[in-house]
Design a protein around this ligand. Sequence first.
Ligand SMILES: C[S@@+](CC[C@H](N)C(=O)[O-])C[C@H]1O[C@@H](n2cnc3c(N)ncnc32)[C@H](O)[C@@H]1O
Length: 269
Amino acid sequence: MSTSPRGIAGVFDRAAETYDAVGVPWFGPIAAGLVESLDVQPGERVLDVGCGRGAALVPLAHDTGPTGSVLGIDLAPGMVARTAADVAHLPHVEVRVDDASAPHLPEASYDVVACCLVLFFLPDPLAAVRAWLPALAPGGRVGVTTFGEQDPRWKVVDGVFTSYLPKTMLDARTSGAKGPFGSDEGVEGLLREAGLVDVRTVRREVVTEFADPEHWLRFSWSHGQRAMWEAVPAGDHDAVRAEIVRRLEELGRPIRLTQGVRHTLGRRR
Ligand SMILES: C[S@@+](CC[C@H](N)C(=O)[O-])C[C@H]1O[C@@H](n2cnc3c(N)ncnc32)[C@H](O)[C@@H]1O
């Protein structure tokens, strides 16, 4: 999704208050798969790129324990302020504003870089991964989470937004079936091209339920999909909302959606 980095960070800034807080188990289960795959050990030093509200950061900090450390960076100050407050009681965790595309990091200082649901928002994902590598110690691991196969019902509902969206936003979850985020091989190729070795993919599936269309609507404003709402002129919001509710009602109750998730893992030589 190639919105400008400041632009997408602004969307997340406005979403920060409700992000991962509308009763939808989504970011936690997705991040849990990444954290499990990275198998962080006590004492390791971890960088969480685009840490958001801490879905990966907090379990990573649990795994490093107080003998290790976790730095979370994010470009949205509202995300950073809230997450920093949440982890203030953990002296081995720091959260600060920085850009995933050009982070300010000391060399060879991290054993693990985690990046959960962020890479496809960046204007040049390959350049971003390359920019992280000097901060990784030799042999250090990278884990990047992106979306896999979508439940086709996502598309039916998201389709309501289509006519309002600029081309660059038409497939916000994957940045297009033809781009690197359209397949396991695409993301693996990106990590290899950045210079990583032993690249492989762990696939997971997340199933989530919404009590009713109103619940889905609250969720849609609370994360990156907010960018779609913000692309709709205010005068059209009621009509878009009504059409989404109509399509969601057709799915019956509970509204259950399934999303494939890929965790792509690699290692610095
Ligand atoms: C979908 S959220 C994922 C947050 C968290 N990793 C999680 O799994 O819940 C995407 C995050 O990327 C951040 N982000 C977007 N562009 C960024 C950039 N250029 N640098 C750092 N963070 C960025 C957003 O502010 C947001 O917090």
